[in-house]
Write a protein of this length. Structure first.
Lengths: 382, 328
């Protein structure tokens, strides 16, 4: 044995028990809350009071719960929209723009065609046109990606700003309500989504979408093609798939759902069109999709959690004087911790002197939980 | 006409300086194969802490506060906080092998949160605008070269009329370009970004290069945020001011084809485009559409670069991909 054995070696693992996987994720989440608690301490607030105020403010009253659902609906819808793209390893970070363009198209009908048709027809036309517009907006970068390999991450990002600019122009120009107000007038009530249990029916739509997306991703030919393409483009090509078509189709589907989300926000929640209609949902949803590991049902839980955080943060801003941007910090910490903890699920560390000899019993302490031994982890890179 | 043209060029360069730092930092990062989409967050953190540092120093030192020291503190605070932020990114993507896109976005959410939170908290504590004394402000934003040089006709203002950070940025970019093109570690860095497996086989420590490039690059990007708050925003905390700046910097990396030297004119061009609607209104062209021009330009560059398929214009081949020696 002349060669130096590294202190820690890594090996891939796929055999961890489900209970253990969830234990690791739970610990990562708890760690994130503890780190978030430190931020409260810096702000001069008692972390336990702060967290309980957040929960009470968001879940303690019916109005709070309604607002949480209102925040969660677009988040869940957009996360669902992104799932097929990410399964294909196509980095659509343009959901923000697709939502905005969808909302713009829906608003066009809500503002200009309101007297041309009865309310249910109008709403359906708004929804369909929004989905088509979102699909078109997502289709442009996908077309270039499919044919010439244009970088989709940055192209879709640029499309966001263009979309927001267009709506900004409409808001201050052609569609402006009172001259100089820089605001588009409120929709006629015919163009507003009806409510069920105090929240616009968008929540029912996204729940149905969740189920449909699950079927689409796991049980259909399209879903299979997406999964193969995500694993390896070459494999997909050898298997005889039309890679360009699959890519374009999936991106358009994604943009279509994002456009529909735009319709739900402007018609259900805002009842008008703002330049900031998407309000960062397109970006936050990316992390929801990823944390859920593309599982539509897990997205429900995660989008609700993030919604609780953001509603809770606005409560503590008013009651405790802690800036509401703390919800972004905590969201960020949770995301970073959850991203990091996947390492401990997918890899095992083998310490020097603890190799698995045929005769020796296997070592159980190899799987440290995140946060417990950061020093040990850092040495992996050495 | 010539006066307004000179004014426009000057304003473009001044407005482009935060982008100069943001973009060149990200180029350094991407050269190593790490696509850090957290620049927006890093610049926010840099902007907030680059202001908070001098504010605290100004309060402690009172009238004796020295401008040079305040600038140094601002540089250290913003660079340090940027390094810390990108260290999180590096640890997660290089050591823990998390997906780069998602980690970068998480860093953006975290970083904008930290920046906003720190700025707001400061505002609550101070009970008004968070800012520094006028003497300190001028140390950041006033031209630093002697009056005599600026009096030279035509070129005087346009070459010598800037604040410290413009010259600092130009020097930094030239050094970076030299480092990447002409030094051994610089060439190793390119190798790591193009093909980590090859670099590893040749005995280059891929992990070390990726860590260093990403951490230092993140620090440089964050300095861009500080330059924005301390010069363009007039040393006052404004929680919306920086939004979008980091994303433009990421886009500009492509526009500059991953070459530091191109950021010199690229950042001035974008800095100009971002304010052109104020300086040079075009009749019948709405402001909001005018403001979108830089993004359309970037999208067109992206298409153009991919259509032309010139090898030297492509992104680093390993960009966005984590490297695991065990996977070879």
């Amino acid at each position: 044995m002349t060669e130096k054995v590294p202190l820690i070696r890594l090996a891939k693992r796929e055999d961890m028990a489900r209970s253990r996987i969830w234990l690791i994720r739970l610990l990562a989440f708890v760690l994130a809350l503890i780190l978030g608690g430190l931020v409260f301490v810096i702000a001069g607030a008692d972390p336990i009071t702060a967290y309980s105020t957040m929960v009470a403010g968001s879940l303690g009253k019916v109005t709070g719960i309604r607002q949480v659902v209102k925040v969660a609906v677009p988040l869940l819808g957009t996360a669902l929209a992104l799932a097929p793209c990410f399964a294909m390893r196509y980095w659509n970070i343009g959901a923000e723009g697709q939502i905005t363009m969808g909302a713009m198209m829906a608003s066009f009908f809500a503002l200009k065609m309101v007297n041309a048709m009865p309310s249910p027809v109008l709403l359906i036309v708004m929804g369909i046109s929004a989905a088509l517009m979102g699909a078109l907006w997502a289709g442009i970068p996908a077309f270039f990606k499919a044919h010439w390999g244009t970088n989709e991450t940055l192209f879709t990002l640029m499309m966001n700003y263009i979309a927001i600019g267009i709506v900004g122009w409409l808001q201050g120009g052609p569609w402006e309500g009172k001259p100089g107000s820089q605001i588009i007038p409120m929709f006629d009530e015919k163009a507003v989504l009806p409510s069920v249990f105090g929240v616009h029916i968008g929540w029912i739509i996204v729940l149905i979408l969740t189920f449909l997306m699950y079927i689409y991703m796991t049980k259909t030919k399209h879903g299979y093609e997406i999964a193969v393409l995500g694993e390896s483009e070459n494999t997909a090509r050898y298997a005889g798939m039309d890679v360009r078509r699959v890519m374009l189709r999936t991106a358009c589907l994604s943009g279509g759902i994002a456009g529909l989300v735009g319709f739900m926000i402007c018609s259900g929640a805002d009842e008008t069109l703002y330049q900031t209609v998407a309000g960062g949902v397109g970006f936050t949803a990316i992390t929801v999709t990823w944390l859920a590991q593309l599982n539509p049902f897990a997205m429900i839980a995660i989008s609700l959690l993030l919604a609780i955080l953001s509603k809770g943060a606005s409560t503590i801003q008013t009651t405790m004087g802690v800036p509401a941007s703390i919800s972004d910090i905590i969201t960020g910490i949770i995301l970073l911790c959850m991203l990091g903890c996947e390492f401990f699920i997918n890899y095992k560390m083998i310490f020097r002197g603890h190799e698995e000899h045929p005769l020796a019993p296997t070592t159980a302490q190899n799987t440290e939980v995140p946060g417990v031994s950061p020093e040990a982890v850092k040495e992996v890179k050495a | 006409m010539s006066v307004s043209l000179i004014g426009l060029i000057k304003a473009a360069i001044l407005n482009g300086t935060p982008l100069l730092f943001g973009t060149s930092g990200e180029i350094l990062t991407e050269k190593s194969g790490n696509l850090n989409l957290g620049v927006e967050g890093l610049m926010f953190m840099g902007g907030a802490f680059g202001l908070i540092g001098p504010v605290i120093y100004g309060n402690l030192a009172g009238d004796q506060a020295s401008g040079a020291l305040a600038v140094l503190i601002a540089l250290i605070c913003s660079f340090g906080v940027g390094c810390l932020g990108s260290l999180i990114f590096s640890f997660l993507t290089i050591t823990l092998r998390a997906n780069q896109n998602v980690t970068g976005l998480a860093l953006t959410i975290f970083g904008t949160g930290v920046g906003q939170f720190a700025g707001e908290l400061m505002r609550i504590r101070v009970g008004g605008n968070v800012t520094v004394s006028n003497a300190l402000k001028s140390a950041f934003a006033d031209p630093i070269l002697p009056e005599a040089l600026r009096k030279i006709p035509v070129i005087g203002e346009i070459v010598f009329g800037y604040n410290l950070f413009v010259y600092l940025g130009v020097i930094m970019v030239i050094v970076m370009a030299y480092f990447m093109k002409r030094t051994r570690p610089g060439l190793f860095l390119s190798a790591v970004g193009e093909s980590p497996a090859t670099a590893d086989a040749a005995g280059v420590n891929v992990t070390k290069y990726r860590y260093l490039a990403t951490v230092i690059g993140g620090g440089i990007s964050a300095v861009g945020g500080m330059v924005y708050t301390m010069t363009i925003a007039g040393s006052v905390w404004n929680h919306q001011g920086l939004s979008g700046e980091g994303w433009v910097a990421v886009a500009l990396v492509i526009f500059c084809l991953w070459r530091p030297i191109n950021t010199l004119w690229g950042s001035a061009l974008f800095g100009g485009l971002l304010i052109l609607y104020l300086r040079l209104p075009i009749p019948f062209l709405p402001t909001q559409i005018y403001k979108v021009v830089p993004y359309i330009a970037t999208a067109l560059v992206l298409i153009f670069v991919s259509l032309r398929q010139r090898r030297e214009d492509q992104p680093p081949a390993g960009l966005g991909l984590n490297y695991f020696r065990e996977d070879r």
